[in-house]
Design a protein around this ligand. Structure first.
Ligand code: FAD
Length: 522
Protein backbone atom coordinates (compact mmCIF):
# COMPACT_ATOMS: atom_id res chain seq x y z
CA UNK A 1 0.00 0.00 0.00
CA UNK A 2 2.67 2.48 0.89
CA UNK A 3 4.48 4.16 -1.95
CA UNK A 4 8.02 3.65 -2.87
CA UNK A 5 9.36 6.87 -1.46
CA UNK A 6 11.73 7.40 -4.29
CA UNK A 7 10.03 6.60 -7.49
CA UNK A 8 12.79 7.44 -9.85
CA UNK A 9 16.34 8.30 -9.04
CA UNK A 10 18.65 10.36 -11.12
CA UNK A 11 20.23 9.92 -13.53
CA UNK A 12 18.71 6.69 -14.88
CA UNK A 13 15.09 7.78 -15.30
CA UNK A 14 15.34 11.51 -15.51
CA UNK A 15 12.08 12.80 -16.95
CA UNK A 16 14.00 15.84 -18.18
CA UNK A 17 15.80 13.53 -20.61
CA UNK A 18 12.61 12.16 -22.12
CA UNK A 19 11.99 13.29 -25.70
CA UNK A 20 9.95 16.47 -25.99
CA UNK A 21 6.34 15.90 -26.95
CA UNK A 22 6.35 19.12 -28.89
CA UNK A 23 8.91 19.50 -31.69
CA UNK A 24 9.85 23.02 -30.64
CA UNK A 25 8.98 23.77 -27.04
CA UNK A 26 10.32 27.28 -27.24
CA UNK A 27 7.72 28.08 -29.88
CA UNK A 28 4.81 27.33 -27.54
CA UNK A 29 3.08 30.47 -26.49
CA UNK A 30 0.46 30.37 -23.77
CA UNK A 31 -0.82 33.87 -24.38
CA UNK A 32 0.60 35.20 -21.12
CA UNK A 33 2.49 38.12 -22.58
CA UNK A 34 0.30 40.74 -20.89
CA UNK A 35 1.19 39.67 -17.35
CA UNK A 36 2.60 42.33 -15.07
CA UNK A 37 5.27 39.79 -14.17
CA UNK A 38 7.28 37.69 -16.61
CA UNK A 39 6.98 34.39 -18.44
CA UNK A 40 9.84 32.34 -19.85
CA UNK A 41 9.30 29.34 -22.06
CA UNK A 42 10.93 25.97 -22.57
CA UNK A 43 14.65 25.77 -22.40
CA UNK A 44 15.38 29.31 -21.16
CA UNK A 45 18.43 28.76 -18.98
CA UNK A 46 16.82 30.60 -16.07
CA UNK A 47 14.13 27.88 -16.01
CA UNK A 48 16.55 25.08 -15.10
CA UNK A 49 15.94 25.60 -11.34
CA UNK A 50 12.26 24.70 -11.72
CA UNK A 51 13.12 21.17 -12.88
CA UNK A 52 14.95 20.38 -9.61
CA UNK A 53 14.30 20.46 -5.89
CA UNK A 54 16.19 20.00 -2.61
CA UNK A 55 15.57 16.24 -2.67
CA UNK A 56 17.57 15.94 -5.89
CA UNK A 57 15.74 12.70 -6.70
CA UNK A 58 13.51 13.88 -9.54
CA UNK A 59 13.92 16.12 -12.56
CA UNK A 60 10.78 17.32 -14.31
CA UNK A 61 10.95 19.96 -16.98
CA UNK A 62 8.14 22.55 -17.15
CA UNK A 63 6.81 24.19 -20.30
CA UNK A 64 7.13 27.67 -18.82
CA UNK A 65 8.07 29.52 -15.66
CA UNK A 66 5.98 32.51 -14.62
CA UNK A 67 7.20 35.10 -12.14
CA UNK A 68 4.04 36.89 -11.06
CA UNK A 69 4.09 40.53 -9.96
CA UNK A 70 0.56 40.48 -8.52
CA UNK A 71 -2.06 37.87 -7.55
CA UNK A 72 -3.92 38.64 -10.77
CA UNK A 73 -0.97 37.20 -12.75
CA UNK A 74 -1.45 33.92 -10.90
CA UNK A 75 -5.18 34.00 -11.69
CA UNK A 76 -4.45 34.59 -15.37
CA UNK A 77 -2.13 31.59 -15.54
CA UNK A 78 -4.80 29.38 -13.98
CA UNK A 79 -7.47 30.70 -16.36
CA UNK A 80 -5.21 29.86 -19.30
CA UNK A 81 -4.84 26.35 -17.90
CA UNK A 82 -8.62 26.07 -17.48
CA UNK A 83 -9.06 26.77 -21.19
CA UNK A 84 -6.43 24.22 -22.24
CA UNK A 85 -6.98 20.46 -22.41
CA UNK A 86 -4.06 19.32 -20.25
CA UNK A 87 -2.04 22.18 -18.82
CA UNK A 88 -1.17 22.02 -15.10
CA UNK A 89 0.17 24.70 -12.75
CA UNK A 90 2.56 24.23 -9.82
CA UNK A 91 3.33 26.95 -7.31
CA UNK A 92 6.98 26.71 -6.36
CA UNK A 93 8.07 28.22 -3.06
CA UNK A 94 11.78 27.73 -2.48
CA UNK A 95 11.80 24.24 -3.99
CA UNK A 96 12.72 22.59 -0.68
CA UNK A 97 10.50 19.60 -1.31
CA UNK A 98 12.09 16.18 -1.55
CA UNK A 99 9.97 14.38 -4.12
CA UNK A 100 9.11 16.81 -6.91
CA UNK A 101 5.99 18.17 -5.19
CA UNK A 102 6.55 21.66 -6.65
CA UNK A 103 7.21 20.47 -10.20
CA UNK A 104 4.92 20.35 -13.25
CA UNK A 105 5.81 18.07 -16.15
CA UNK A 106 5.13 20.16 -19.28
CA UNK A 107 3.08 22.52 -17.13
CA UNK A 108 3.60 26.02 -15.78
CA UNK A 109 5.70 26.56 -12.67
CA UNK A 110 4.78 29.75 -10.83
CA UNK A 111 7.87 31.02 -9.05
CA UNK A 112 6.27 32.41 -5.91
CA UNK A 113 9.46 34.07 -4.71
CA UNK A 114 8.48 37.02 -6.87
CA UNK A 115 5.46 37.59 -4.57
CA UNK A 116 7.39 38.22 -1.39
CA UNK A 117 6.20 41.55 0.06
CA UNK A 118 6.24 41.91 3.87
CA UNK A 119 4.29 44.56 5.80
CA UNK A 120 3.85 44.67 9.58
CA UNK A 121 0.53 45.91 10.94
CA UNK A 122 1.01 46.90 14.57
CA UNK A 123 -2.55 47.25 15.71
CA UNK A 124 -4.97 44.99 14.03
CA UNK A 125 -8.13 45.06 16.07
CA UNK A 126 -9.73 42.39 13.86
CA UNK A 127 -6.96 39.87 14.63
CA UNK A 128 -6.69 40.90 18.27
CA UNK A 129 -3.03 41.89 18.03
CA UNK A 130 -0.16 42.72 15.71
CA UNK A 131 0.14 40.77 12.47
CA UNK A 132 2.37 40.68 9.45
CA UNK A 133 0.96 40.61 5.92
CA UNK A 134 3.30 38.53 3.79
CA UNK A 135 3.40 37.49 0.17
CA UNK A 136 3.02 33.72 -0.35
CA UNK A 137 6.57 33.56 -1.67
CA UNK A 138 8.25 35.41 1.22
CA UNK A 139 11.00 33.49 2.99
CA UNK A 140 10.46 33.01 6.72
CA UNK A 141 14.03 34.26 7.28
CA UNK A 142 13.05 37.59 5.69
CA UNK A 143 9.85 37.72 7.74
CA UNK A 144 11.95 37.22 10.88
CA UNK A 145 14.42 39.96 10.01
CA UNK A 146 11.74 42.45 9.01
CA UNK A 147 9.57 41.87 12.08
CA UNK A 148 12.32 41.72 14.70
CA UNK A 149 14.66 44.40 13.41
CA UNK A 150 11.93 46.80 12.33
CA UNK A 151 9.32 46.30 15.04
CA UNK A 152 10.61 44.11 17.87
CA UNK A 153 7.88 41.59 16.97
CA UNK A 154 8.02 37.99 15.72
CA UNK A 155 5.75 35.17 14.53
CA UNK A 156 5.01 32.64 17.27
CA UNK A 157 5.57 29.33 15.46
CA UNK A 158 8.53 28.52 13.25
CA UNK A 159 10.33 25.83 11.30
CA UNK A 160 13.90 24.88 12.23
CA UNK A 161 15.25 26.19 8.95
CA UNK A 162 13.89 29.48 7.67
CA UNK A 163 14.75 29.67 3.97
CA UNK A 164 11.36 28.13 3.25
CA UNK A 165 8.45 30.15 1.89
CA UNK A 166 5.33 31.09 3.78
CA UNK A 167 3.09 29.44 1.14
CA UNK A 168 5.26 26.30 1.06
CA UNK A 169 5.13 25.59 4.79
CA UNK A 170 1.45 26.60 5.16
CA UNK A 171 0.66 24.05 2.45
CA UNK A 172 2.13 21.35 4.72
CA UNK A 173 2.00 22.43 8.41
CA UNK A 174 5.28 24.06 9.48
CA UNK A 175 6.59 22.60 12.73
CA UNK A 176 9.40 23.27 15.15
CA UNK A 177 10.02 23.46 18.88
CA UNK A 178 7.35 26.13 19.47
CA UNK A 179 4.52 24.01 18.01
CA UNK A 180 3.76 22.28 21.33
CA UNK A 181 2.57 25.65 22.64
CA UNK A 182 1.25 27.52 19.60
CA UNK A 183 0.49 24.70 17.21
CA UNK A 184 2.03 24.47 13.73
CA UNK A 185 2.38 27.53 11.49
CA UNK A 186 -1.00 26.66 9.98
CA UNK A 187 -2.55 27.45 13.38
CA UNK A 188 -0.97 30.90 13.46
CA UNK A 189 -2.47 32.60 10.40
CA UNK A 190 -5.71 34.55 10.49
CA UNK A 191 -6.33 35.35 6.84
CA UNK A 192 -5.19 34.20 3.42
CA UNK A 193 -5.53 35.48 -0.11
CA UNK A 194 -5.83 32.47 -2.39
CA UNK A 195 -6.13 31.99 -6.14
CA UNK A 196 -8.25 28.88 -6.49
CA UNK A 197 -8.10 26.29 -9.25
CA UNK A 198 -11.17 28.05 -10.65
CA UNK A 199 -8.99 31.10 -11.31
CA UNK A 200 -10.71 33.22 -8.64
CA UNK A 201 -8.86 35.45 -6.20
CA UNK A 202 -10.50 34.94 -2.80
CA UNK A 203 -9.74 36.34 0.66
CA UNK A 204 -10.55 33.81 3.35
CA UNK A 205 -10.30 33.39 7.13
CA UNK A 206 -11.87 31.43 10.01
CA UNK A 207 -15.12 33.28 9.41
CA UNK A 208 -14.99 34.39 5.78
CA UNK A 209 -14.89 31.68 3.08
CA UNK A 210 -13.74 29.41 5.89
CA UNK A 211 -13.97 26.18 3.89
CA UNK A 212 -11.34 27.49 1.48
CA UNK A 213 -9.19 28.78 4.38
CA UNK A 214 -9.09 25.41 6.12
CA UNK A 215 -8.76 23.47 2.86
CA UNK A 216 -5.64 25.34 1.80
CA UNK A 217 -3.88 25.03 5.18
CA UNK A 218 -1.99 21.75 4.96
CA UNK A 219 -3.68 21.25 1.59
CA UNK A 220 -0.49 20.26 -0.30
CA UNK A 221 -1.17 23.00 -2.85
CA UNK A 222 -4.28 21.17 -4.11
CA UNK A 223 -6.95 23.83 -3.70
CA UNK A 224 -5.36 27.16 -4.42
CA UNK A 225 -2.19 29.19 -4.55
CA UNK A 226 -1.56 31.30 -1.44
CA UNK A 227 -0.61 34.77 -2.62
CA UNK A 228 -0.80 36.51 0.77
CA UNK A 229 -1.00 35.42 4.41
CA UNK A 230 -1.70 37.31 7.62
CA UNK A 231 0.49 35.87 10.37
CA UNK A 232 0.05 36.48 14.12
CA UNK A 233 2.92 38.23 15.91
CA UNK A 234 4.08 38.55 19.49
CA UNK A 235 6.79 40.65 21.15
CA UNK A 236 10.19 39.22 20.20
CA UNK A 237 12.58 38.27 23.01
CA UNK A 238 16.18 39.52 22.80
CA UNK A 239 18.02 36.45 23.97
CA UNK A 240 17.74 32.68 24.21
CA UNK A 241 19.25 30.21 26.65
CA UNK A 242 19.69 27.11 24.48
CA UNK A 243 20.15 23.87 26.42
CA UNK A 244 20.90 20.27 25.50
CA UNK A 245 20.35 17.40 27.93
CA UNK A 246 21.56 13.91 27.08
CA UNK A 247 19.67 10.73 27.98
CA UNK A 248 20.79 7.14 27.74
CA UNK A 249 17.30 5.76 28.08
CA UNK A 250 14.33 6.38 25.79
CA UNK A 251 11.70 5.99 28.49
CA UNK A 252 13.25 8.77 30.58
CA UNK A 253 13.66 10.93 27.48
CA UNK A 254 10.06 10.42 26.46
CA UNK A 255 8.63 11.04 29.94
CA UNK A 256 10.60 14.28 30.32
CA UNK A 257 9.83 15.55 26.83
CA UNK A 258 6.12 14.85 27.32
CA UNK A 259 6.13 16.47 30.73
CA UNK A 260 7.70 19.63 29.27
CA UNK A 261 5.18 19.91 26.42
CA UNK A 262 2.14 19.36 28.62
CA UNK A 263 2.87 21.45 31.74
CA UNK A 264 1.65 25.03 32.11
CA UNK A 265 5.00 26.62 32.82
CA UNK A 266 7.69 25.34 30.48
CA UNK A 267 10.46 26.27 28.10
CA UNK A 268 9.63 28.30 24.98
CA UNK A 269 11.02 25.65 22.68
CA UNK A 270 11.15 21.86 23.09
CA UNK A 271 12.67 19.50 20.55
CA UNK A 272 15.01 16.54 20.64
CA UNK A 273 16.99 14.08 18.61
CA UNK A 274 18.58 10.65 18.55
CA UNK A 275 22.27 10.12 17.91
CA UNK A 276 24.58 7.16 17.64
CA UNK A 277 26.51 6.20 20.77
CA UNK A 278 29.94 6.40 19.13
CA UNK A 279 32.71 8.80 18.23
CA UNK A 280 31.48 9.11 14.65
CA UNK A 281 31.74 12.86 13.97
CA UNK A 282 28.60 12.81 11.81
CA UNK A 283 26.23 10.51 13.70
CA UNK A 284 27.71 10.24 17.17
CA UNK A 285 28.91 12.13 20.23
CA UNK A 286 30.83 14.85 18.39
CA UNK A 287 27.74 15.77 16.41
CA UNK A 288 26.06 16.94 19.63
CA UNK A 289 28.61 19.65 20.37
CA UNK A 290 26.95 22.90 19.49
CA UNK A 291 29.53 25.19 20.97
CA UNK A 292 33.17 24.05 20.89
CA UNK A 293 33.67 25.59 24.34
CA UNK A 294 31.21 23.14 25.84
CA UNK A 295 32.58 19.64 26.11
CA UNK A 296 30.80 16.58 27.43
CA UNK A 297 32.15 14.60 30.30
CA UNK A 298 31.46 11.24 28.68
CA UNK A 299 33.12 9.27 31.47
CA UNK A 300 29.85 9.24 33.36
CA UNK A 301 28.19 7.26 30.57
CA UNK A 302 28.14 3.51 31.09
CA UNK A 303 29.84 1.65 28.25
CA UNK A 304 26.98 -0.84 28.05
CA UNK A 305 24.22 1.53 27.12
CA UNK A 306 22.18 1.13 23.95
CA UNK A 307 23.50 1.80 20.43
CA UNK A 308 21.76 5.17 20.38
CA UNK A 309 21.38 8.06 22.83
CA UNK A 310 18.87 10.89 23.04
CA UNK A 311 19.25 14.61 23.39
CA UNK A 312 16.49 16.85 24.59
CA UNK A 313 16.87 20.34 23.18
CA UNK A 314 15.10 23.14 25.02
CA UNK A 315 15.27 26.91 24.98
CA UNK A 316 14.15 29.72 27.23
CA UNK A 317 13.56 33.20 25.81
CA UNK A 318 14.52 36.26 27.84
CA UNK A 319 15.15 39.99 27.65
CA UNK A 320 18.72 41.30 27.51
CA UNK A 321 18.16 43.28 30.73
CA UNK A 322 17.05 40.20 32.69
CA UNK A 323 19.79 39.56 35.30
CA UNK A 324 21.71 36.33 34.53
CA UNK A 325 20.85 35.02 37.99
CA UNK A 326 17.14 35.30 37.20
CA UNK A 327 17.58 33.34 33.97
CA UNK A 328 19.67 30.73 35.84
CA UNK A 329 16.94 30.34 38.44
CA UNK A 330 14.19 29.96 35.85
CA UNK A 331 16.19 27.29 34.04
CA UNK A 332 17.00 25.46 37.26
CA UNK A 333 13.34 25.37 38.16
CA UNK A 334 12.34 24.05 34.76
CA UNK A 335 14.93 21.28 34.61
CA UNK A 336 14.51 20.27 38.24
CA UNK A 337 13.57 16.61 38.41
CA UNK A 338 14.40 15.84 34.77
CA UNK A 339 16.06 12.47 34.34
CA UNK A 340 18.99 13.35 32.01
CA UNK A 341 22.54 12.13 32.66
CA UNK A 342 23.62 14.77 35.14
CA UNK A 343 27.04 15.53 33.62
CA UNK A 344 25.66 15.69 30.13
CA UNK A 345 24.10 19.13 30.07
CA UNK A 346 25.25 21.81 27.65
CA UNK A 347 24.03 25.35 27.42
CA UNK A 348 24.76 28.59 25.66
CA UNK A 349 23.22 32.03 25.36
CA UNK A 350 22.67 33.64 21.99
CA UNK A 351 20.49 36.29 20.41
CA UNK A 352 16.95 35.35 19.39
CA UNK A 353 17.81 35.98 15.72
CA UNK A 354 20.92 33.79 15.90
CA UNK A 355 18.88 31.06 17.55
CA UNK A 356 16.18 31.09 14.87
CA UNK A 357 18.78 31.28 12.10
CA UNK A 358 20.90 28.49 13.64
CA UNK A 359 20.47 26.09 10.71
CA UNK A 360 21.81 28.70 8.27
CA UNK A 361 25.32 28.02 9.61
CA UNK A 362 24.84 24.29 8.98
CA UNK A 363 23.67 25.13 5.45
CA UNK A 364 26.79 27.22 4.82
CA UNK A 365 29.04 24.39 6.06
CA UNK A 366 27.14 21.81 4.01
CA UNK A 367 27.41 23.99 0.92
CA UNK A 368 31.14 24.42 1.47
CA UNK A 369 31.72 20.66 1.54
CA UNK A 370 29.29 19.80 -1.24
CA UNK A 371 26.69 17.85 0.72
CA UNK A 372 23.95 20.48 0.49
CA UNK A 373 23.59 19.90 -3.23
CA UNK A 374 23.79 16.09 -3.06
CA UNK A 375 20.49 14.11 -3.08
CA UNK A 376 18.44 14.08 0.14
CA UNK A 377 16.19 11.04 0.52
CA UNK A 378 14.52 12.41 3.67
CA UNK A 379 11.71 10.75 5.55
CA UNK A 380 9.35 12.60 7.91
CA UNK A 381 6.68 10.89 9.97
CA UNK A 382 4.18 11.64 12.70
CA UNK A 383 4.05 8.63 15.04
CA UNK A 384 1.45 8.23 17.77
CA UNK A 385 2.71 8.28 21.37
CA UNK A 386 1.22 4.81 21.82
CA UNK A 387 3.77 3.40 19.35
CA UNK A 388 6.81 5.61 19.81
CA UNK A 389 8.59 3.31 22.30
CA UNK A 390 8.24 0.39 19.87
CA UNK A 391 9.36 2.67 17.04
CA UNK A 392 12.46 3.49 19.09
CA UNK A 393 13.14 -0.21 19.74
CA UNK A 394 12.66 -1.37 16.15
CA UNK A 395 13.78 1.62 14.12
CA UNK A 396 16.25 3.78 16.03
CA UNK A 397 17.91 0.95 17.95
CA UNK A 398 17.95 -1.55 15.09
CA UNK A 399 17.43 -0.22 11.57
CA UNK A 400 19.10 3.14 12.24
CA UNK A 401 21.65 2.14 14.85
CA UNK A 402 24.41 3.52 12.59
CA UNK A 403 22.62 6.83 11.98
CA UNK A 404 21.50 8.52 8.79
CA UNK A 405 24.40 10.89 8.17
CA UNK A 406 22.41 13.79 9.60
CA UNK A 407 19.92 14.67 12.33
CA UNK A 408 17.28 12.17 13.48
CA UNK A 409 14.69 14.35 15.19
CA UNK A 410 12.11 12.91 17.55
CA UNK A 411 9.95 15.13 19.74
CA UNK A 412 6.35 15.30 20.95
CA UNK A 413 3.54 17.49 19.62
CA UNK A 414 0.06 18.12 20.99
CA UNK A 415 -2.93 17.33 18.79
CA UNK A 416 -5.31 19.84 20.38
CA UNK A 417 -3.04 22.66 19.17
CA UNK A 418 -3.80 21.61 15.59
CA UNK A 419 -7.08 22.67 14.01
CA UNK A 420 -8.79 19.54 12.68
CA UNK A 421 -10.61 21.62 10.04
CA UNK A 422 -7.35 22.02 8.09
CA UNK A 423 -6.34 19.41 5.49
CA UNK A 424 -3.49 17.94 7.59
CA UNK A 425 -3.97 14.37 8.81
CA UNK A 426 -2.49 13.16 12.10
CA UNK A 427 -2.06 9.79 13.84
CA UNK A 428 -4.13 8.70 16.85
CA UNK A 429 -3.96 10.28 20.28
CA UNK A 430 -3.45 13.65 21.93
CA UNK A 431 0.36 13.28 21.87
CA UNK A 432 2.26 12.25 18.75
CA UNK A 433 5.92 12.52 17.77
CA UNK A 434 7.56 14.18 14.83
CA UNK A 435 10.24 11.83 13.48
CA UNK A 436 12.50 13.44 10.88
CA UNK A 437 15.32 11.47 9.26
CA UNK A 438 17.33 14.22 7.64
CA UNK A 439 19.78 12.24 5.60
CA UNK A 440 22.85 13.94 4.18
CA UNK A 441 24.93 11.89 1.75
CA UNK A 442 28.25 12.72 3.39
CA UNK A 443 30.29 10.44 1.21
CA UNK A 444 28.30 11.18 -1.94
CA UNK A 445 29.01 10.04 -4.63
CA UNK A 446 31.13 7.30 -2.97
CA UNK A 447 28.86 6.48 -0.03
CA UNK A 448 25.79 4.23 -0.07
CA UNK A 449 23.84 4.78 -3.27
CA UNK A 450 20.77 6.97 -2.85
CA UNK A 451 18.64 3.95 -3.81
CA UNK A 452 19.91 2.13 -0.73
CA UNK A 453 18.94 5.01 1.55
CA UNK A 454 15.52 5.21 -0.11
CA UNK A 455 15.14 1.45 0.37
CA UNK A 456 15.85 1.93 4.07
CA UNK A 457 13.10 4.55 4.20
CA UNK A 458 10.71 2.03 2.67
CA UNK A 459 11.79 -0.57 5.20
CA UNK A 460 11.01 1.85 8.04
CA UNK A 461 7.56 2.57 6.63
CA UNK A 462 6.94 -1.15 6.15
CA UNK A 463 8.06 -1.78 9.74
CA UNK A 464 5.43 0.73 10.94
CA UNK A 465 2.75 -0.98 8.84
CA UNK A 466 3.74 -4.51 9.89
CA UNK A 467 3.60 -3.57 13.53
CA UNK A 468 0.29 -1.76 13.22
CA UNK A 469 1.70 1.60 14.31
CA UNK A 470 -0.56 4.62 14.10
CA UNK A 471 1.47 6.98 11.90
CA UNK A 472 1.21 9.43 9.00
CA UNK A 473 3.88 10.61 6.62
CA UNK A 474 4.59 14.34 7.08
CA UNK A 475 5.41 16.09 3.76
CA UNK A 476 3.86 12.93 2.26
CA UNK A 477 4.76 11.40 -1.08
CA UNK A 478 2.78 8.67 -2.81
CA UNK A 479 2.40 7.59 -6.39
CA UNK A 480 -1.15 6.31 -6.60
CA UNK A 481 -4.60 7.45 -5.60
CA UNK A 482 -5.05 4.26 -3.55
CA UNK A 483 -2.06 5.17 -1.40
CA UNK A 484 -3.32 8.73 -0.95
CA UNK A 485 -6.73 7.37 0.01
CA UNK A 486 -5.08 5.26 2.66
CA UNK A 487 -3.02 8.22 3.87
CA UNK A 488 -6.08 10.42 4.37
CA UNK A 489 -8.19 7.60 5.81
CA UNK A 490 -11.60 8.86 6.87
CA UNK A 491 -10.61 12.39 5.76
CA UNK A 492 -10.34 11.28 2.11
CA UNK A 493 -13.98 12.08 1.18
CA UNK A 494 -13.53 15.60 2.59
CA UNK A 495 -10.29 16.07 0.64
CA UNK A 496 -11.95 14.91 -2.60
CA UNK A 497 -14.94 17.17 -1.98
CA UNK A 498 -12.63 20.13 -1.43
CA UNK A 499 -10.82 19.33 -4.66
CA UNK A 500 -14.04 19.20 -6.64
CA UNK A 501 -15.06 22.58 -5.21
CA UNK A 502 -11.82 24.53 -5.50
CA UNK A 503 -9.88 22.84 -8.31
CA UNK A 504 -12.36 20.68 -10.23
CA UNK A 505 -10.10 20.41 -13.29
CA UNK A 506 -7.17 19.22 -11.11
CA UNK A 507 -4.83 21.86 -12.46
CA UNK A 508 -2.89 22.59 -9.29
CA UNK A 509 0.23 20.99 -7.79
CA UNK A 510 0.44 17.96 -10.13
CA UNK A 511 3.78 16.98 -8.53
CA UNK A 512 1.88 15.68 -5.49
CA UNK A 513 0.42 12.95 -7.74
CA UNK A 514 -2.93 12.89 -5.93
CA UNK A 515 -5.31 13.73 -8.77
CA UNK A 516 -5.04 13.47 -12.55
CA UNK A 517 -5.73 16.51 -14.71
CA UNK A 518 -9.40 16.45 -15.60
CA UNK A 519 -9.92 17.12 -19.30
CA UNK A 520 -13.72 17.49 -19.16
CA UNK A 521 -15.28 20.83 -18.36
CA UNK A 522 -17.09 20.35 -15.02
P1 FAD B 1 8.10 24.01 -2.18
O1 FAD B 1 8.93 22.83 -1.95
O2 FAD B 1 8.49 24.91 -3.27
O3 FAD B 1 6.56 23.58 -2.36
C1 FAD B 1 5.98 22.59 -1.54
C2 FAD B 1 4.53 22.32 -1.96
O4 FAD B 1 3.74 23.46 -1.66
C3 FAD B 1 4.36 22.07 -3.47
O5 FAD B 1 3.31 21.19 -3.66
C4 FAD B 1 3.99 23.44 -3.99
O6 FAD B 1 3.25 23.37 -5.18
C5 FAD B 1 3.17 24.00 -2.84
N1 FAD B 1 3.29 25.45 -2.71
C6 FAD B 1 4.41 26.20 -2.65
N2 FAD B 1 4.09 27.49 -2.49
C7 FAD B 1 2.74 27.56 -2.47
C8 FAD B 1 1.80 28.62 -2.35
N3 FAD B 1 2.19 29.88 -2.21
N4 FAD B 1 0.48 28.31 -2.36
C9 FAD B 1 0.06 27.03 -2.48
N5 FAD B 1 0.90 26.00 -2.63
C10 FAD B 1 2.22 26.25 -2.61
N6 FAD B 1 9.34 21.59 7.59
C11 FAD B 1 8.88 21.82 8.83
O7 FAD B 1 7.67 21.76 9.07
N7 FAD B 1 9.74 22.11 9.85
C12 FAD B 1 11.08 22.25 9.65
O8 FAD B 1 11.79 22.52 10.59
C13 FAD B 1 11.58 22.04 8.35
N8 FAD B 1 12.89 22.18 8.09
C14 FAD B 1 13.35 21.98 6.82
C15 FAD B 1 14.72 22.14 6.57
C16 FAD B 1 15.22 21.94 5.30
C17 FAD B 1 16.69 22.12 5.04
C18 FAD B 1 14.34 21.55 4.26
C19 FAD B 1 14.87 21.30 2.89
C20 FAD B 1 12.99 21.38 4.50
C21 FAD B 1 12.48 21.60 5.78
N9 FAD B 1 11.12 21.46 6.07
C22 FAD B 1 10.66 21.69 7.33
C23 FAD B 1 10.18 21.02 5.05
C24 FAD B 1 9.49 22.20 4.38
O9 FAD B 1 8.51 22.75 5.22
C25 FAD B 1 8.80 21.72 3.10
O10 FAD B 1 9.74 21.12 2.25
C26 FAD B 1 8.14 22.87 2.39
O11 FAD B 1 7.32 22.36 1.37
C27 FAD B 1 9.21 23.68 1.74
O12 FAD B 1 8.78 24.93 1.45
P2 FAD B 1 9.11 25.57 0.04
O13 FAD B 1 8.76 26.98 0.25
O14 FAD B 1 10.45 25.28 -0.48
O15 FAD B 1 7.98 24.83 -0.83
Amino acid sequence: MIAYLVERCLPENDAADSPPEHPNEDAINLGLEDLQGTVEYGSASSNAFAAKDFGGLHAVKPLAVVRPAVADDVARVIRVALRSPALTVAARGNGHSINGQAMAHRGVVVDMKSLAGIAVVRDCSKSGGPVVEVGGGALWSDVLKRCVLGYGLAPRSWTDYLDLTVGGTLSNAGVSGQAFRFGPQTANVTELEVVTGNGEITVCSHTNNSELFFSVLGGLGQFGIITRARVLLQPAPDMVRWIRLVYSNFTDYMLDAESLVTRDSSFDYVEGFVFVNSDDPVNGWPSVLFDPQHQFDTTCMSKNVDPVLYCLEVALYYKSDDPPSTVDKMVEKLIEGLRYCQNLKLQMDLSYMDFLLRVKKAEQDAKANGIWDAPHPWLNLFVSKKDIADFDRLVFKKLLKDGVGGPMLVYPLIRSKWDNRTSVVLPEGEIFYLVALLRFSHQYPNGPPVQELAAQNREIVQCCIRNGFSFKLYLPHYNSKEEWKHHFGNQWPRFVERKSTFDPMAILAPGQKIFTRNQQQP
